[in-house]
Design a protein around this ligand. Structure first.
Ligand SMILES: Cc1cc2nc3c(=O)[nH]c(=O)nc-3n(C[C@H](O)[C@H](O)[C@H](O)COP(=O)(O)OP(=O)(O)OC[C@H]3O[C@@H](n4cnc5c(N)ncnc54)[C@H](O)[C@@H]3O)c2cc1C
Length: 382
């Protein structure tokens, strides 16, 4: 919507939201939980513009789409015709399918109400368990920490931030989390939750270990919201499938953000969604533009340890070549992932002042010359 107005759209635009709250920046919820950002500033950064062409329907989700007659029906039963429909319906946290998961004080973290509930638990909890050692799980662990609270992170894979980091970077991150007083377990699976009076009291791991807890936060990734699409005959796999015009299989129905899947990829961060929105505005208003995919970048928001992950993490060592620099004393590790001499990804831990241009270099698949690789191995600079 912002991008359409930025390009001076003169057509009426109707925007429907599914939450009770006015729009806010989901990306900054962790900072709200950590007390380093306020609710007002989250609202402020997502404020809707006043514009004669814009009509806003909050807390009024669309419940069905008639793609033949080109109209949608909102939750109040009202029909709204469209010439173009953009689905930006986001995602829902994955659930852990184990016994006891419905006990009280087991949470997921997706919206501002979740943040408020978790803030209340910060005060009363003494033993918090976070399930999932991804970016949101780790930042949540740090945000929930108080001097008299034990926080444990349980990750089922062999390393933290599995898809973004590699084994080396993940070891440094784990050491850092240890230093913060967060107990990190890897290669551990939860087999069930147990409790009394409907309240969670312990997490049971599949090796039989028991971790006492009074609060659990499940942070094991997201599932794109696809039900509306399925019921409307729109094709999905993991997410709503779009082509390089960001169009679904139905004419004039598009999808952007975490609900959509392009080339087999669902992006779980904001910048790909912003790129898609920018591209779609061009497609809709100027009939130009083509989406070519996005390069995702990750860093931690609340944990004060610089990690950087851009694009490919180099796990596919058959087709990729890695060039690395290590400075163990300063817990610094940097890796360039190259494919046919071109930059496909970067993984790094520790401060890196000159890392600013790396996102564009990965996005543009810049060539990295032999002399640059040699210099990088010696100095850690490109
Ligand atoms: C705690 C947390 C921390 C995060 N931190 C970061 C971060 O540091 N960096 C980063 O890049 N990303 C972060 N993310 C991810 C980021 O917030 C998401 O990638 C981004 O919000 C996705 O935007 P979206 O518009 O696709 O979906 P959403 O933000 O989920 O918005 C979709 C909206 O559509 C509404 N909706 C759903 N169905 C309907 C319907 N039928 N009709 C009308 N409305 C509907 C939903 O209620 C929702 O408000 C974080 C996410 C969480 C939960």
């Amino acid at each position: 919507m912002h991008q359409l107005l930025f390009l001076n759209a003169k057509q009426p635009i109707k925007i429907f939201g599914g939450e009770e709250e006015k729009p806010y920046s989901r990306e900054h919820l962790l900072e709200l939980l950590a007390g380093i950002n306020t609710k007002d500033s989250l609202y402020e950064s997502s404020k809707l513009p006043e514009n004669e062409h814009l009509q806003v329907f909050l807390n009024n989700p669309i419940v069905s789409i008639d793609s033949d007659k080109q109209f949608v029906i909102d939750t109040k039963g009202e029909k709204h015709p469209y010439s173009a429909l953009v689905m930006a319906v986001g995602a829902t946290p994955n659930k852990l399918q184990v016994p006891g998961v419905d006990l009280q004080n087991i949470f997921t973290f997706r919206n501002i109400r979740d943040a408020e509930q978790l803030k209340n638990r910060q005060v009363s909890s003494r033993n918090i368990v976070i399930i999932g050692g991804g970016q949101v799980g780790l930042d949540t662990a740090n945000a929930m920490q108080r001097h008299n609270t034990n926080v444990t992170v349980i990750e089922h894979s062999s390393r933290l931030m599995y898809h973004q980091l590699d084994d080396h970077a993940s070891v440094y991150l784990r050491l850092y989390m240890d230093d913060l007083g967060v107990d990190v377990r890897i290669n551990n699976h939860v087999s069930q939750f147990e409790g009394q009076d409907d309240k969670v009291e312990q997490v049971v791991l599949d090796d039989g270990e028991i971790i006492p807890c009074d609060t659990v936060i499940i942070s094991i990734g997201i599932k794109p919201n696809v039900d509306l699409a399925i019921n409307s005959g729109i094709h999905i796999k993991k997410g709503i499938i779009v082509d390089d015009k960001l169009q679904t299989n139905k004419p004039n129905i598009y999808a952007v953000g975490e609900c959509c899947e392009y080339n087999g990829v669902v992006f779980g961060s904001v910048y790909p969604g912003f790129e898609q929105a920018e591209c779609l505005a061009e497609i809709l208003l100027k009939d130009t533009g083509k989406y070519k995919g996005s390069t995702s970048t990750s860093h931690l928001k609340v944990v004060d340890y610089p990690i950087l992950s851009i694009g490919d993490n180099g796990d596919d060592s058959v087709s990729n070549v890695s060039v690395t620099f290590r400075d163990i004393k300063n817990m610094t590790y940097r890796k360039l992932v190259l494919h046919n001499g071109r930059l496909k990804g970067v993984v790094a831990t520790g401060k890196w002042k000159t890392s600013k241009n790396l996102h564009d270099m990965v996005k543009n698949n810049d060539r990295i010359w032999l002399w640059q690789r040699r210099r990088f191995e010696k100095t850690g600079e490109l």
